[in-house]
Design a protein around this ligand. Structure first.
Ligand code: FE
Ligand code: FE
Ligand code: FE
Length: 206
């Protein structure tokens, strides 16, 4: 890489790889999510992500470059962290809180990538590319905000004292938080027993 244009193309290829990895990972995250609103958010973002891949291909056209086989190592790691969480099969409420945490790491990576790309494109005079990149940047920011709202609107609270982990372990604080959550309608929609979920293989009392 000998100039900003080449760095720009290299980073475009990186985020193109990142988005394609997400097209594969998001269905798995949607399937793992227990709260309906969270599952829906992942499904919606999958559709948006597919459009973002196409939009990036339009950016390549705009700037006279082509995608490559470059693989985004950061997204590989972020996706792997999400998979590790799913494999641990925590109680549904904890899983949802962890999925949001994983997804927000992804969104922040994308926000950084598109913010930089847009700035590079401005400097390089790629006006058409700036418009496309800014559009995706706004989508990633909106997704990040939605995930924060889902976390703060019950998911995190529900994970303080998961419904299906022995009641005797819940403790006084957990009981109080649950009582408030139930009274205000913020209780998790998650299934009450781990058996309701398929193939989790969760260890009891480990
Ligand atoms: Fe994206
Ligand atoms: Fe990367
Ligand atoms: Fe995204």
């Amino acid at each position: 890489m000998k100039n900003l244009q080449e760095l720009f193309i290299d980073q475009l290829r990186d985020v193109h790889s990142a988005e394609r990895q997400l097209v594969k990972a998001l269905p798995r995250m949607a399937k793992a999510a227990t709260k309906a609103a969270l599952r829906k958010a992942f499904e919606n973002h999958l559709a948006v992500t597919r459009e973002q891949v196409e939009r990036l291909e339009a950016v390549f056209d705009e700037v006279g470059a082509r995608p490559s086989r470059k693989r985004c190592a950061a997204m590989e790691g972020l996706v792997q962290e999400g998979e590790e969480l799913i494999e641990q099969s925590p109680p549904p409420e904890v899983l949802d809180a962890g999925l949001i945490a994983a997804a927000q790491r992804v969104e922040h990576y994308e926000i950084a990538a598109y913010g930089t790309l847009s700035s590079f494109a401005k400097t390089l005079g790629h006006r058409g590319a700036v418009k496309l990149l800014e559009r995706t940047l706004k989508e990633e920011e909106a997704t990040d905000k939605l995930l924060t709202e889902l976390a703060e609107d019950g998911v995190n609270r529900g994970a303080v004292a998961p419904a299906d982990e022995g009641k005797e372990e819940e403790g006084i604080v957990g009981k109080a938080i649950r009582a408030v959550a139930e009274a205000t309608g913020l209780a998790s929609e998650a299934p009450k027993t781990p058996k309701a979920r398929k193939g989790t293989g969760r260890k009891k009392g480990g």
